[in-house]
Every structure is written in structure tokens, then in C-alpha cells.
Design a protein around this ligand. Structure first.
Ligand code: SF4
Length: 241
């Protein structure tokens, strides 16, 4: 007579792609696989430091707003001069967009971003006493801040679990079969149901790193991917290479 299923049996079962394809994966099985993927990613990328250079939460907020649709490296080049000129919410709230724009001209969408920075700084001063708020509801009221940005701030500045769904997190979550959704908020909900809160910040950031280094958008490097056994989209195992 077979006894209760152990967690290692569940992981092994979760790794069997043929078994997964034969019947729809249950949420528990998906959760076991997601946690196994989270553990492997944590071994691969133990540190999840924010790549955006900042000295305080205000600078982190501004840097994350600026990082929309451009690289972290480009943001890190622009922010030292920006923060020298406008070191706090008050100075930035007094600035005109004409003063801000030249400092961020190298970044995409710099005109719209200059407006967002100015408005965001004004909101920080007027509504939050010059402090960056620490809740999703308050953060997403700020100009230029959506759920992804808010989750980065919550995770890195306040140690509050959050799943930051950017283009990499979205692509990898779908390839790993952890969600079928396209909408970032729904992806966030799906991942939050199958992973404990303690994994949220780390898992989403590690998916971003893995997406940049291995699971590329156009041609994922499945042959050297540490998640291969757990991934239904593995092109090597699926005979696409
Ligand atoms: S096995 Fe391939 S598709 Fe799956 S996560 Fe790894 S690189 Fe991406």
C-alpha cells in the first residue's frame, strides 16, 4: 500500500513533463514546481541587489520610474547628475520640466518622464510629507508609478514582499507554465497563489536576471538552463533544437 506523498516525490513528479502533459497540472503540483524553480534560481543568483544605483528610497523611486523602457545601465549614467541637482523631493518639486529634461535626455520617453518626476515629487511633498510611502495603494497614486514600480520599491526599500512583473518576469512565468495570463496584474496574482510571500520579491527579480542571461526572448538558451527539467517550454527536451 502506498503511503502519503513526500515533498521530494512531488518534486520528481512535477519534473516529469509527460505526466504533466497527460493531465492538467493541479495548483498544488504547480506550486511544488514553482517552489523548486525558486530554489534553483536562488542557488544560481543568491544576491538580488537592485541594479539601480541609489542612496535612499527617494532616489530608488526616481531611478525605477526612469527605468521604464530603457536599460538600468542608461539610468545609472543619468542619475548621478540628476540627484546632484535635485537631491530630495522638495528641490525636485520646485524644478520645471525644462530643467529636468536635459538631465535625462539620454533616456527614452524623457519628456513624459520629466513630467512624471516633477509631479511625483510634488505629490511626495504635498501628500506624504516628503517621504516615499510604503503601501501599494499610496505608491500607485504617485505619477509614473504602476504596480511593477511599486513592487520594486516595496521589496527593496521596505522589505515588503512584492512580485515585480516586467517583460522578463512575464515571459518566463508563461514559458515555465506558471501562468497563462498576459496582463501583469493577473500574472502577479497567479504567482502569488503558488509561491509563499517570502519568495515573491526574490523569485520575480531572479526571473528577470534569468531572462536577461539565459531565457532570452528570441532564442532561449535551454541547453544550459538550470530550470530545464521543470520547464514545459524546454526546446531541447521538446526536440525543437
Ligand atoms: S528551459 Fe528554456 S524556455 Fe524554459 S526557462 Fe529555461 S531557457 Fe527558458
Amino acid at each position: 500500500m502506498s503511503g502519503p506523498t513526500t515533498s521530494s516525490q512531488r518534486v520528481r513528479s512535477a519534473q516529469r513533463p509527460s505526466a504533466r502533459r497527460q493531465k492538467r497540472e493541479t495548483r498544488e503540483e504547480k506550486s511544488v514546481r514553482a517552489n523548486a524553480a525558486a530554489a534553483r534560481l536562488a542557488q544560481l543568483y543568491p544576491e538580488v541587489e537592485c541594479p539601480l544605483i541609489h542612496r535612499n528610497t527617494f532616489e530608488l523611486l526616481i531611478a525605477v520610474i526612469l527605468s521604464a523602457q530603457c536599460t538600468d545601465a542608461a539610468v545609472n549614467k543619468a542619475t548621478p547628475a540628476l540627484f546632484r541637482r535635485f537631491p530630495d523631493p522638495i528641490s525636485l518639486s520646485w524644478a520645471s520640466t525644462v530643467e529636468i529634461e536635459p538631465l535625462i535626455r539620454t533616456l527614452g520617453l524623457y519628456r513624459a518622464k520629466a513630467k512624471s518626476l516633477q509631479r511625483c515629487a510634488q505629490q511626495l511633498v504635498e501628500e506624504f510629507n516628503g517621504e516615499v510611502p510604503a503601501t501599494m495603494e499610496q505608491l500607485t497614486r504617485l505619477a509614473g508609478v504602476g504596480r511593477k514600480t511599486a513592487n520594486v520599491i516595496l521589496g527593496h526599500a521596505f522589505d515588503i514582499p512584492g512580485i515585480a512583473v516586467d517583460t522578463h518576469c512575464k515571459r518566463l512565468s508563461r514559458r515555465l507554465g506558471l501562468t497563462r495570463q498576459l496582463d501583469p496584474t493577473k500574472i502577479e496574482q497567479d504567482l502569488s497563489r503558488i509561491l509563499p510571500a517570502s519568495e515573491w520579491t526574490g523569485f520575480s527579480h531572479r526571473l528577470i536576471i534569468h531572462g536577461r542571461q539565459v531565457c532570452f526572448a528570441r532564442k532561449p538558451a535551454c541547453e544550459k538552463c538550470a530550470l530545464g527539467e521543470l520547464c514545459p517550454s524546454n526546446t531541447v527536451r521538446n526536440g525543437k533544437k
